[in-house]
Design a protein around this ligand. Structure first.
Ligand SMILES: C[S@@+](CC[C@H](N)C(=O)[O-])C[C@H]1O[C@@H](n2cnc3c(N)ncnc32)[C@H](O)[C@@H]1O
Length: 196
């Protein structure tokens, strides 16, 4: 399934999740019987294909540059794979799409963050996803090698004690699990490793 897309893209293309990462995500969703999913950063639709192939259910994807930078390649891949009917695509920036989805009452059990890789963007993506994530839900981050991603994970590990960090050791993926809903005092703050 992902093979079809990679044949065209070529495996040297560094934008999408790798085949190994895609297969891991797909198996992870099947193993945990997850159906309600969302992603930030759609691009060619590789991560979306991995997710929808496992869930065969509605998948929200957010990306402002599908037309401008990808000439709708991701949407075309979804059509080719017969996945278009499952895709709820939001062509906008995640920092406006996510709060809107929160207001719409969207709830998910799995979110994949692979959009803008600035620290503040990843942090804001997680901030809103946390609010629409069900208890026992998962957030998977791509590009764990990046200092910006690592800083967000360190903030979660130190400050969000209702999350467990799951180091899956597959490519550049890292997963956090919301093991219970949050209880933090209004002034809670634990310093974290910002990579400085
Ligand atoms: C690394 S690519 C995503 C790859 C995709 N997950 C895959 O496996 O095929 C990053 C994507 O994030 C998108 N992006 C950039 N800024 C964004 C933003 N503010 N909100 C949402 N997506 C954004 C880019 O247009 C790009 O498609």
């Amino acid at each position: 399934m992902l093979g079809e897309i990679y044949e065209e893209l070529g495996t040297e293309n560094l934008i999408p999740v790798s085949k190994e990462e895609g297969e891991f995500i797909s198996n992870f969703l099947k193993r945990n019987n997850i159906k309600k999913t969302l992603e930030v950063g759609f691009a060619y639709g590789c991560s979306a294909a991995a997710i929808i192939s496992a869930t065969q259910s509605r998948h929200y994807a957010i990306d402002p540059f599908q037309k401008r930078d990808f000439q709708n390649a991701g949407i075309k891949n979804m059509e080719r794979l017969g996945f278009r009917r499952f895709l709820d695509f939001r062509e906008e920036f995640s920092d406006t799409a996510l709060p809107r989805m929160l207001m719409e009452g969207v709830r998910v059990d799995f979110a994949f963050i692979d959009g803008l890789h600035l620290f503040d963007s990843i942090f804001v993506d997680f901030y809103f996803i946390d609010m629409i994530l069900e208890e026992n839900g998962y957030v998977c981050f791509h590009d764990y090698w990046m200092p910006s991603t690592r800083a967000v994970i360190s903030w979660i590990a130190n400050n969000k004690k209702n999350y467990e960090i799951i180091d899956v050791s597959v490519g550049e993926l890292i997963i956090v699990k919301k093991v219970r809903n949050e209880e933090r005092r209004w002034d809670h703050f634990i310093p974290f490793n910002a990579g400085m």
